[in-house]
Design a protein around this ligand. Structure first.
Ligand SMILES: [Mn+2]
Length: 264
């Protein structure tokens, strides 16, 4: 039976939360980093978490950088991540909606999650009505002021020419280049320093405040910072950063009224 119903009203998706059900959020697993072997225990922990939350999940939101690098060729996807993909397939098949937002490390998704797993993939932030509250949800890269170098790189990364060029290279070479730029060079990450800059200097806080001037939202939920953060923007709005599954193993739990950051 469907535990959460999804309907679209005024272009905004609405998920109902039945009594006792919850909506879960996680981001920034960076599976595959720094190498396949050392990321395996983190992957197992994540899969164990998915296994637990599926019992009362009305929906699951994954906010990006699940993979440290992901590139879909026309007929080929990267090796590995079998346990994660299998668990996501099982949960989605059971009728629990999963929503995926690409991060800056896995923005080259191209239909595999939709077709193989039945999971919608978003390349930009989206608004949802979850229960009775308004959510603004995204990975969080390239939003707000600053991060100019990354914003320039992102334009290149998402350009059809770059993707065409990459697709025509041998995947073994492509993956090796990607590994270099992701783990060693940090070019894909942009500014990824996980130190709190202070409320007024956090780009996503500034971005959320600006968005609040246009419209009310109850919660702004992002990943990308690799820092669990919960910041009150005004009397009725909160900015939440989900942290990561490298250092913090944090996730968001929303019961229809309260949003709580928890550690697994
Ligand atoms: Mn990340």
């Amino acid at each position: 039976m469907l535990s959460g119903t999804l309907q679209t009203m005024n272009n905004m998706s609405h998920i109902e939360i039945l009594e006792g059900k919850k909506i879960y959020f996680a981001s920034d697993n960076h599976l595959g980093a720094p190498d396949a072997k050392s990321s395996k225990p983190r992957e197992k922990k994540f899969v164990a978490w998915l296994d637990e939350i599926k019992e009362d999940a009305a929906a699951i939101f994954l906010l990006g950088d699940l993979f440290d690098f992901w590139f879909e060729y026309k007929t080929v996807i990267p090796k590995g991540f079998t346990r994660t993909l299998g668990k996501l397939a099982e949960i989605a098949d059971s009728g629990i909606p999963i929503h995926y937002f690409v991060g800056n490390h896995d923005l080259w998704m191209n239909g595999y999650f939709e077709e193989e797993l039945g999971i919608p993939v978003y390349h930009k932030p989206q608004e949802f009505k979850l229960g009775s509250k308004l959510f603004f949800i995204g990975h969080g890269d390239g939003l707000g002021p600053g991060d100019k170098g990354y914003k320039r790189m992102k334009k290149v990364f998402i350009s059809p020419f770059f993707k065409w060029l990459f697709r025509w290279g041998h995947p073994d070479i492509g993956m090796r280049i990607a590994q270099y730029f992701s783990v060693k060079n940090k070019m894909i990450s942009g500014d990824d320093d996980a130190t709190f800059l202070g409320e007024d200097n956090e780009w996503l806080v500034q971005y959320s405040r600006k968005k609040l001037n246009e419209n009310h939202r109850d919660f702004f939920v992002f990943g990308h910072r690799h820092l669990p953060l919960e910041i009150q923007l005004n009397e009725s709005s909160k900015y939440i950063n989900l942290g990561d599954w490298i250092q913090y193993y944090t996730y968001g739990e929303y019961d229809g009224n309260n949003f709580t950051l928890k550690t697994y």
